[in-house]
Write a protein that binds this ligand. Structure first.
Ligand code: IPE
Ligand code: IPE
Ligand code: MG
Length: 249
């Protein structure tokens, strides 16, 4: 029997941070208290991801559909985002983590956009670690935005219709345009087993791990457990196990 190789570490982990509301409800607290605790988890998980060696971590923080929540919850979430960005700037710089966003950031409140731009600018030269915040993000909106940009490029003569391909289209997605690789591992907390309009195309071959842990309770050991589970999976991309075992043709 061959000895096990080095543990496989996913290069990019995407997380659907879910369960803040249920965490609060279980304690008789307002939903916003769950979100507040969820922000603490973000710091823990970003630090843990670096310690594990995960180069890209994408967090689904606010979906395009989340605007439909009660107005006080939406404004509370925006306030927390502003607080998070102000508080984390020093930590991100100290740990050399670059911040990127995906989603229609232009619809976020002006003060949040200002903070975002400040942190993005201050961390833009870091190359080793990347934190991507999905803000006002929806996969279908992303595809619509990409299709529009691609069509405009064809109209302007920068792209040829005859060259239309996944590889070329991908460069117009928020992720492709920012040079963010596809997620290797998608984690969703809180027991829900759905993707909720998150990175639908980019997760075409992502391994998925669903955990019943609520986001405010999620910690380094839970992230490590998901990475371990990822390490036990065989990614076949349509090939057979035998082909995978015999290595690249
Ligand atoms: C996830 O927690 C945070 C956001 C969607 C912003 P939820 O607020 O969705 O928590 P549950 O699903 O109601 O428990
Ligand atoms: C997905 O969670 C969005 C975020 C984690 C930001 P939701 O709680 O909004 O998803 P649904 O409504 O349960 O599908
Ligand atoms: Mg939810």
């Amino acid at each position: 029997m061959s000895s096990p190789g080095p543990a496989k570490i996913p290069q990019h982990v995407a997380i659907i941070m879910d369960g803040n509301g249920r965490w609060a409800k279980a304690r008789g607290l307002p939903r916003l208290e769950g979100h507040r605790r969820g922000v603490e988890t973000v710091r823990t998980v970003v630090d843990a991801a670096r310690e594990i060696g995960i180069r890209y971590i994408t967090l689904y923080a606010f979906s395009a559909e989340n605007w439909k929540r009660p107005a006080d919850e939406v404004s509370g979430l925006m306030g927390l985002l502003d607080y998070f960005l102000k508080r984390e700037l020093d930590n991100l710089i100290k740990n050399r983590v670059r911040l990127l966003t995906i989603g229609r950031a232009e619809a976020l409140p002006a003060n949040v956009q200002r903070e975002l731009n400040r942190v993005i600018e201050a961390t833009k030269d870091f190359q080793e670690w990347t934190l991507v915040l999905a803000l006002n993000y929806g996969s279908r909106t992303e595809v619509a935005d990409a299709a529009r940009a691609y069509a405009a490029a064809v109209q302007a003569g920068a792209e040829k219709l005859a060259d239309a391909s996944w590889e070329n289209f991908n460069r117009y997605l928020y992720t492709g345009a920012a040079g963010i690789p596809e997620p290797d591992l998608l984690i969703r907390t809180s027991g829900e087993q759905r993707v909720s309009n998150f990175l639908l195309l980019q997760c075409a071959y992502a391994e998925m791990v669903f955990t019943s842990v609520l986001w405010p309770d999620f910690g380094k050991a839970d992230l490590q457990a998901a990475v371990d589970e990822y390490g036990r999976r065989e990614r076949r991309y349509g090939l057979t196990t035998e082909q995978i075992k015999s290595g690249p043709a």
